[in-house]
Design a protein around this ligand. Structure first.
Ligand SMILES: [Zn+2]
Length: 345
């Protein structure tokens, strides 16, 4: 595991439906999630006579009720949401977007790629999509029992994401964006999501880091069936270097976990974490060629024992195997049955 970043002293964690002041005009809420990491942070910034919220949690009865409580909190002064900025398309960030946007008559603000990913996934839930996933996991050497599990589980995205609006406001990398009276710089990150928005405010010394740089866990970096030749781990590690020019004492506000001020050390430890996993993967196929599932069993043994976790373990193994292929440390070739075998170069 990567070394965790030290949390900010005195930062008290808001309970469900509660708000905490981080800085003047910058508030934090924390929404529970029914899956790891168990919560997602939501940030509120003063904007246009009300509040801009960053992200909104999965769409459940509980999160809707908690939003009602947040919106009635005296810290929001009875003012409405006037903007909703969604960092990336994952359900724990975008889930209630349609519900909130409809309620306040606003459109979400996102990068175009994240917006289109969300829209595409929301409407792509048929049997063909499942067959593509099953073929992906079969090529990775997953056991038949897991393939039946994927088929039985069906499409997940719509279940955690309320129907999305038909329009959005576009933000892009490198472009300044006005929030209230302040200017924030959009810096996008790749690897965990294709074009995730983070927000930097130099005057405040604050980086809203979304899932790109998290304090305790390393964000999930997976190879997805929709882009089989991608190198998401290469993208992630390269993206993180884009945050090096920010001052080391930047207050980093992550989507999961506590705010912290050790940005550069955290970028280093995420890089070291993946370097160690890459070495583990090479060791796993040293004696004989292995499938991605066998590599995942060797490197993430716990996660490969539960059907609900196998997809993450195999996706992450595939991302590391792809990086090693690009580095020339491994080669991949299909077995007679089509399953990919990885051997050390
Ligand atoms: Zn997340």
């Amino acid at each position: 595991m990567s070394a965790p970043a030290a949390p900010i002293p005195n930062d008290t964690i808001p309970g469900p439906g509660e708000l905490r002041v981080i800085q003047p005009g910058l508030l934090r809420a924390r929404m529970p999630l029914a899956f790891p990491p168990g919560h997602v942070n939501i940030w509120f910034l003063e904007h246009a006579g009300g509040w801009l919220a960053v992200d909104c949690a999965t769409a459940t009865r509980t999160t809707r009720d908690l939003w009602d409580r947040l919106l009635a909190d005296p810290l929001l002064n009875g003012r409405p949401l006037t903007a909703l900025l969604i960092t990336h398309f994952h359900p724990d960030h975008i889930g209630l977007t349609g519900w909130l946007a409809g309620r306040f008559g606003i459109l979400p603000t996102m990068t175009r790629i994240e917006w289109l990913m969300a829209r595409a996934l929301w409407y792509d839930s048929g049997p063909d999509m499942l067959q593509q996933q099953i073929a992906h996991y079969a090529r990775a050497g997953c056991p038949p029992d897991y393939l039946s599990f994927v088929e039985g589980r069906g499409a997940l995205y719509q279940r955690a994401v309320a129907e999305l609006p038909r329009g959005f406001h576009c933000i892009r990398d490198g472009a300044p964006t006005r929030i209230g009276a302040e200017t924030w710089q959009v810096v996008t990150g790749r690897g965990h999501a294709p074009d995730m928005a983070t927000l930097h405010n130099a005057e405040r010394g604050v980086l809203i880091s979304a899932d790109q740089i998290l304090p305790r866990i390393s964000p999930y970096i997976g190879l997805h069936p929709g882009e089989p030749e991608a190198d998401p781990l290469g993208d992630f590690l390269a993206s993180n270097e884009r945050f090096r020019p920010l001052p080391e004492d930047t207050l980093v506000l992550p989507s999961h976990g506590e705010p912290f001020r050790t940005l550069h050390a955290r970028i280093d430890s995420l890089a070291a974490h993946h370097a160690a996993r890459l070495d583990d993967m090479v060791m796993a196929c040293r004696a004989e060629p292995v499938t991605a599932f066998e590599a995942a069993q060797a490197v993430f043994p716990r996660a490969t024992q539960e059907n609900s976790q196998i997809g993450f373990a195999v996706g992450e193994a595939l991302a590391h195997l792809r990086r090693l292929e690009r580095q020339g440390r491994l080669t991949a070739e299909p077995r007679a049955d089509g399953v990919a075998l990885y051997r050390s170069a």
